[in-house]
Design a protein. Structure first.
Length: 195
């Protein structure tokens, strides 16, 4: 039991320490670690965890860590995984705050070049999980219209329809209604077969 807690901490510590660019940039690394290497969750479970982690308040990577830790070892696993994700970032930010001022960062050509080099990698880290999630969710040419329209509406900056919360609620409601419809169809077919 202690072995899995140690593994949880180390895996999420690596994710927290070596990922730049925020939650979406971490997703491909989290997926590679917990789905491909450790096999703690399946691709479908990962996609479900991702949807839940995005829809609740908090940092995406920490939400994912808590969900995976809870699945494997309950509350203790959730706390250990969350600490593994948080400690590296907290330590780095604390060190930067102690030793570097904003003016020092802006005027340091080496740091500016490092950040210029990291930016394109972050874009790739954000695009990769979007493509992977689309494949796992079985989004094809017929269903690609939904995320494209939602993304365009959010991007439009129109007061009401650019709020992502509306689309999360509508997506959940639409999924629920679609599931009820599927169950009604299956029940109808069973009744036809039985009669």
């Amino acid at each position: 039991m202690k072995g899995i807690l140690f593994d949880l901490f180390i895996v999420f510590f690596k994710i927290g320490a070596f990922t730049f660019g925020g939650g979406w940039a971490m997703i491909s690394i989290i997926e590679k670690e917990i789905v491909d290497k450790k096999h703690w969750v399946t691709k479908e479970e990962f996609l479900d965890l991702l949807a839940v982690a995005q829809s609740i308040p908090g940092i995406l990577a920490v939400n994912m860590a808590v969900a995976v830790g809870d699945k494997l070892r309950g509350r203790g696993g959730a706390v250990i995984a969350a600490l593994g994700t948080i400690i590296p970032s907290f330590t780095m930010i604390l060190a930067i705050a102690i030793f570097l001022t904003p003016d020092m960062i802006k005027s340091n050509e080496t740091l500016n070049n490092i950040f210029r080099g990291i930016r394109p990698a972050v874009v790739a880290l954000i695009i990769a999980p979007v493509i992977s999630a689309a494949r796992t969710a079985k989004i094809g040419w017929k269903t690609v219209l939904i995320p494209v329209v939602v993304a365009l509406l959010i991007w439009s900056k129109l007061p009401i329809i650019s709020n992502p919360i509306i689309f999360i609620v509508l997506g959940g409601l639409g999924g629920y209604l679609w599931l009820r419809r599927q169950h009604a169809r299956i029940s109808g077919r069973k009744e036809e077969i039985e009669s």
